[in-house]
Design a protein around this ligand. Structure first.
Ligand SMILES: Nc1ncnc2c1ncn2[C@@H]1O[C@H](COP(=O)(O)OP(=O)(O)OP(=O)(O)O)[C@@H](O)[C@H]1O
Ligand SMILES: [Mg+2]
Length: 464
């Protein structure tokens, strides 16, 4: 069952129920009011009749016409009058009653003897019921007469029946119109959903560049479309990243293999001296070293992705670690006369894994040295504010263009300037740094200008 049909049916049922309730209430209120009105008019008529009799007194055979001549209110068409003796026999009767014989009931007589008026309904076959009011006329304690006024309930019944008829005809019609309206509205409201489904199908077919182009609005559908588009954009980006990653990875793995293959084939072309073979083997060993480093780093990153790399959480004195690194790095930079110096190092403690933090810093310093011009300075700094430790590694080397700064943390990404500057390097170092910083609830920031140098800042939360 479609949502559209379900919505329309719900809507229709709710409407039908309220229509029936409304009609029932209206009917009940109308019926009561109309009956009360009848009873009130009977009481008024009875009062007139009683007054007429009090003026006239009741002789044994006073014709109604005489009475009516003097009290014209009595000669109304829709009511009849009867006057009974205390024994319950009719003495006077208005002409319009003669069609039926309406005797005084036992209950009415008893009530009249006790001095009380009685309201009753009487029913004749095939006709509307008749409403009858019997009022005693007493002189002192003595019952003299009983006046009875009656009228047919036909007008009431007729009105009520008309009402019912109108409802029975109009209600299904209203319901039909409402159902059609509901169906139309539900269809309109749900049309964008169909468009979304169609787009999702195209996207599932493999075209991640698809976006939904339904006019943006602030309603539920608008939000759904916006969310859908952001989701697809992120999927698109991550698929592209995966594709680029595989291309880059195979490229990085192929380069050392190509080198090894070329050198080995060349060496095998003719017999060579032991010295030559040794050279080829040494070169191959270097490439093998490079290959295993790539594979190790990739393995590390994929285990990190899967959350399988344990990260300890122990107090680490960052200033001491940095001093250590500065000494190691001085050695690294020696052959290109690069001075690695340490600026102010505040005593700072963070919670974390010392080995990983060392690896992070060593990677950054390694980059700073690798991408410096010969003789350029590299400076390490450690400061803290109230909540964070800030580790800075600054160089005045080749720098990074602004549009490349976001991508240097991607796996295998190397800038063209870096490729031209140094053949070594796989482009995995910063990806590992980023993961280590994030696994310590920290982050890495980069500030750099091409040709002027770079400053990498690692921000880590302080140990409480
Ligand atoms: N200090 C720096 N100055 C200029 N460019 C840098 C610097 N540090 C990183 N980069 C740029 O970021 C890229 C990625 O750095 P990353 O350390 O991940 O890879 P790599 O140094 O090329 O190789 P490796 O994985 O061996 O470290 C570098 O190739 C370079 O283009
Ligand atoms: Mg590096």
């Amino acid at each position: 069952m479609t949502v559209r049909l379900r919505l329309s049916l719900w809507y229709g049922s709710a409407l039908a129920l309220s229509l029936v309730l409304f009609a029932a209430l209206l009917y009940a209120v109308m019926a009561r009011d109309l009956r009360e009105q009848i009873d009130r008019s009977l009481a008024q008529a009875a009062a007139v009749a009683v007054r007429a009799l009090e003026v006239h007194g009741v002789g044994p055979a006073l014709p109604f016409e005489d009475l009516a001549a003097e009290f014209p209110e009595l000669a109304v068409l829709d009511k009849f009058f009867q006057i009974f003796s205390p024994a319950g026999r009719v003495t006077i009767q208005s002409p319009n009653v003669r069609r039926h014989d309406i005797p005084l009931s036992r209950t009415a007589l008893d009530a009249a003897l006790a001095g009380q008026a009685t309201l009753e309904s009487a029913r004749f076959k095939g006709e509307s019921p008749i409403r009858v009011l019997s009022v005693p006329i007493r002189r002192g304690d003595l019952l003299v007469n009983i006046v009875q006024v009656g009228t047919s309930l036909h007008p009431v019944d007729h009105t009520l029946r008309r009402m019912l008829e109108v409802f029975l005809v109009a209600a299904p019609f209203a319901l039909l119109v409402a159902l059609a309206g509901g169906w139309f509205l539900a269809g309109r409201a749900l049309r964008p959903v169909d468009a979304i489904t169609a787009a999702a199908e195209r996207i599932a077919g493999g075209d991640l560049s698809q976006r939904l182009t339904i006019p943006p609005s602030e309603d539920e559908i608008g939000r759904l479309i916006a969310t859908f588009n952001t989701m697809i954009a992120r999927l698109d980006a991550s698929f592209q990243q995966v594709r680029r990653f595989s291309a880059d990875a195979s490229h990085e793995l192929r380069t050392p293999l190509t080198v090894m293959r070329g050198e080995t084939e060349l060496a095998l072309r003719r017999p060579r001296s032991a010295e030559d073979y040794r050279e080829v083997l040494e070169s191959s060993l270097e490439e093998i070293g490079r290959l295993s480093r790539i594979v190790d780093e990739l393995l590390f990153l994929s285990r990190a992705d899967l959350g399988q790399v344990p990260v300890q959480s122990a107090p680490v004195r960052l200033d001491l670690v940095l001093q250590d690194i500065q000494q190691q790095a001085s050695v690294l930079g020696q052959d290109r006369q690069i001075q690695v110096t340490a600026g102010p190092l505040e005593p700072v403690t963070v919670l974390g894994d010392e080995l990983r933090l060392r690896e992070l810093l060593l990677n950054l310093v390694d980059n700073a040295v690798a991408y410096s011009k010969p003789g350029g300075p590299v400076e390490l700094q450690l400061t803290q504010d109230r909540r964070e430790a800030r580790l800075t590694v600054a160089d005045s080397g080749i720098g990074i263009a602004p549009e490349e700064q976001a991508r240097i943390f991607d796996r295998f990404y190397r800038t063209d300037a870096a490729r031209a500057h140094s053949k070594k390097g796989t482009g995995l170092g910063l990806a590992i740094c980023k993961w280590i910083a994030e696994s310590h609830k920290g982050r890495i920031e980069v500030h750099s200008r091409p040709g002027e140098g770079s400053r990498f800042t690692v921000v880590l939360p302080l140990a409480p």
